[in-house]
Design a protein around this ligand. Sequence first.
Ligand code: CU
Length: 132
Amino acid sequence: MSNRLVRRWWRYLVVLALLQACAGLQQQLAISPGDGEKVLKIKTSSFRFEPNNIRAYEGDIVLLKIDNVSGSGHNFTLRDPEGHVLQSVDLPVGKIVEVRITLGKKGEYDFYCDKPFHSAFGMKGRIEVGER
Ligand SMILES: [Cu+2]
């Protein structure tokens, strides 16, 4: 890559990172308490999950329907409050991928895209699981 191209690429990345930093974790969505499996739709764009700030209750079983509406492949990786990977699935362009998760204990479950730099650009979120 030429120096000029590298500079242009970096400028693009910096602007993108600033935009994402401003956006932050904003769109909160609460899953209503109760029994049975809950369905939650998540939209994936570049470089964002919507919603990215979800509240749920311990013991919830949630079927995530993750719709990649962006023009590039992404990934959804979810870690439990101890940092263990619960799920890691690739999200092909234009496909809806279903992921069933059990939120066994209260705490913060972080999720992100594991493609290089994507989480740094804001492609991440959190499920806050409270006591039932
Ligand atoms: Cu991604």
